[in-house]
Design a protein around this ligand. Sequence first.
Ligand code: SF4
Ligand code: SF4
Ligand code: SF4
Length: 594
Amino acid sequence: MEMVKVTIDGITKEVPKGYTVLEAAHSMNIHIPTLCYLKDINKIGACRVCLVEIEGAKGLQTSCVYPVSDGMVVRTNTARVRKARKYNVELILSAHDRSCLTCIRNKNCELQTLAEEFNVDEIHFDGDNIHYPIDDLSPSIVRDPNKCVLCRRCIAACNEQTVYAIGINNRGFRSIISPVFGRSLNESPCINCGQCIISCPTGALREKSSIEKVWDALNDPDTHVVVQTAPAVRAALGEEFGYPIGTLVTGKMVAALKRLGFDRVFDTDFAADLTIMEEGNELLKRLENGGPLPLITSCSPGWVKFCEEYYPEFIENLSTCKSPHMMLGAIIKTYYAQKAGIEPEKIFVVSVMPCTAKKYEIERPEMALYGIKTVDAVLTTRELARMIKEANIKFTSLPDEDFDDPLGESTGASVIFGVTGGVMEAALRTVADIVEGKDLDKIDYQQVRGLDGVRESLVTINGMEIKIAIANGTGNARKLLDAIKSGETFYHFIEIMGCPGGCINGGGQPIVPSRIKMDLDVKALRAKAIYEEDAQKAIRKSHKNPQIIKIYEEFLKEPLSERSHHLLHTEYERKELYSSKNNKENKKSATAAK
Ligand code: SF4
Ligand code: SF4
Ligand code: SF4
């Protein structure tokens, strides 16, 4: 690698030739503030907060896009630099809705942090304060343009997903981030993944809150409120209470839910085991019957919507299995309702998810059973944290507690659903045992782990060769599906997760400031926590879960039975959503914004 010598604030160091000044400074432990910059996602030099002085260059330069060169001398902390950065933040604040105290991102807003660090005690400019309407028509995402700083991190995140739902419209003071023609997100090809929310430095994007709806249910003595939690939530919820990224807080999470007043605390992991029973057998059936192959997982509603909108020719390849929390919703309102002697109409099911797309998923008509919803509300990991804080529960002091029976028992296989490659590994653990007819010692499938966007492997089970692939993030799914469409490659079984890294990095997870993302690999740390929980579990294969064995004996009879089909499976249909013309317009608008 070609290196160049750079001096920043008097420190001289050799750094790779392709580095920007920001990256070079970071490698020397010199902090340069940023706002529009987001590592690996957005590098456009738009906000001019990262200004520095470079000897020989005219005027101040934006360090996030300025490339280093041999012998370069940089100063990051002169009076001129500090003054210019402060003015730029004041200018942004002058046109910003400054209702910080009531903002969802209060104390976790990158603009607020900069204002504090730059010692902004007065705003010397009168911005053009246009009041924009808030877009809250989407079931998942609320857009408040009044809090937008036009950093375009959301656009870059959406473009990475190759959805192109949002772009920049109008010019100058009237610039606004929105879908084409100022439409609502609900009238765009948005797949509800929430990657824009976790990329946004301010409160301009947030999830559609279900907190009040859940409090109402909890306060109603006639309603039996059941909560379930997805695997990725336990690996991230602690961050909201000061734990280091990658800390597992399963027991404290359960204890907090009990203190919030939920009547039963069940584990979506149980339903992940159920999914493996159904999907593993679906794979074997399709392999025996010659297709349709590849079988593609369907547990990520962001991915399913992407498939419906952009790749409808693959809809028949989607597994017919509902996602785990929808399966558990159906089981709670039938099996559990019968066992507990409670009318399904009196049960209110809440899913705590790392995901904003699940808020959309529960509204899909295909998911209703006998005309009633099987999951009544979805809370993101962030919303659960807000409820715990609102209830004055001292999370860090809580003792660990266990999930309730009978739908709280789970295996290591189900926990790894939270990370890319996890569904594939869990399925292989069960399918291999079924095909070989014995309890194999092999549990770990290292070849499917990791965070690369697309991974593939050949697995041989009892002489049968199964070609598998894994994609995470819909941008990577697109690459994989295009390769299949062109005839370049073929697979028997594919796992696709809508978010980069899988659910550990879902749109409902705690928001990590960009400066921390420069130092830490958030996805890798959360994934490590998930694999730790798997390794600690006494049972690590879905078909060995005693409660899964029991529910088949007592209720479902066998995988893919008539009752299983009725409760646990669905069918997706080709939909004319926002494809063709609208998508082209969105892509044009998003590309123009780059
Ligand atoms: S939710 Fe996902 S698809 Fe929708 S605008 Fe945000 S990033 Fe784009
Ligand atoms: S909505 Fe958020 S991420 Fe998007 S441009 Fe505005 S401030 Fe930046
Ligand atoms: S990957 Fe997980 S968090 Fe992201 S859309 Fe899919 S289910 Fe939701």
